[in-house]
Ligand binder design. Structure first.
Ligand code: 13P
Ligand code: SF4
Length: 300
């Protein structure tokens, strides 16, 4: 299958991008593995004809928004982020009506039509910098309430959160972190800012997935408890084979992220399926929100 993927990749002039939560074998065949921000930037810069996106719907959609001349493929059309589906364009328009003086920050985990209604996007790698870059006192922040509350810790602005959440991260409770610390007392605890505030409070730090890689690189600790989706452990072990990584619990798995497999990658390249498209008027407006975000420096 690996040879087949290499052959098809050449034939199609394709690049394979994979998110840090993908299965280990998918991360290993990708040309580039990273967080939402790095993958969006990579998609905007490639000169390949085809971008095969191993991730979930909103990530492939962002690639289609940023690279209009390219064919963007997602190997499984059902790989959808449930949190991105928690806010609709109409609900956001209503929220804007209720808060006419607020500017809108949308997490990149949103549909293209929600991005099109937003002033700027953010990822977990730049949420605080994005919020603080805005010339306003009130910010509507959609859809992740936990990330909104995390950003609110570092700004004077009033944050108005939407009540969405990521089930994979939101289920991590304070007692899970305390149990993990008891099992691995000398480990540093790092969690994703999509976790509940009580989990973030007990951790030594909160970082997006690429921020975790950067933090481990700079840290003197030998062992870490990782409070994010399980795929991250493979990425970290590969980057830092001499360090030890413990999953905070066995249940931090994002099912849609695991839908992409080597066979769906082969089928996708063979049949050029499933093509991700965005209507042109939505794409142009959504691109403005993404471009504004990309212009802001990464925090981690
Ligand atoms: P990152 O941008 O940190 O990779 O996170 C994306 C995501 O979906 C987290 O659940
Ligand atoms: Fe969406 Fe959560 Fe999966 Fe990230 S981990 S893609 S936010 S469901």
């Amino acid at each position: 299958m690996l040879e087949e993927i290499l052959r098809l990749k050449q034939e199609r002039n394709a690049i394979i991008l994979a998110h840090n939560y993908q299965r280990p074998d998918i991360q290993d065949i990708a040309d580039f593995v990273g967080d939402s921000l790095a993958l969006a930037i990579q998609a905007s810069r490639t000169d390949c004809d085809v971008i095969l996106f191993c991730g979930v719907d909103f990530m492939a959609e962002s690639a289609a928004i940023l690279s209009p001349g390219k064919t963007v493929l997602i190997p499984d059309a059902d790989a959808r982020c449930p949190m991105a589906a928690m806010i609709t364009r109409d609900a956001l328009i209503e929220m804007k009506r209720e808060h006419p003086d607020a500017m809108v920050v949308c997490y990149v985990n949103t549909s293209a039509s929600v991005k099109a209604e937003s002033d700027i996007c953010c990822t977990s790698a730049n949420a605080v910098a994005v919020v603080n870059s805005l010339d306003c006192d009130e910010v509507i922040f959609v859809p992740d309430r936990n990330l909104a509350l995390y950003a609110a810790r570092f700004t004077e602005k009033k944050i108005i959160p939407w009540d969405g959440y990521c089930a994979t991260h939101h289920q991590l409770l304070a007692r899970d972190i305390l149990d993990a610390k008891e099992r691995h007392p000398d480990s540093e605890v790092i969690v994703h800012p999509e976790c509940r505030p009580e989990a973030i409070d007990l951790a030594d730090g909160a970082y997006g997935t690429e921020g975790m890689v950067g933090h481990v690189r700079d840290s003197n600790s030998d062992a870490f408890i990782i409070g994010t989706e399980s795929g991250m452990i493979h990425r970290l072990k590969k980057e830092f084979p001499e360090r030890t990584f413990h999953a905070v619990s066995d249940y931090m798995v994002c099912p849609p992220m695991k839908m992409v497999t080597l066979s769906t990658v082969v089928r996708s390249l063979e049949n050029l399926e499933h093509v991700v498209t965005v209507p042109e008027d939505v794409r142009e407006q959504a691109k403005d929100a993404l471009d504004r975000m990309i212009a802001i420096k990464r925090e981690h």
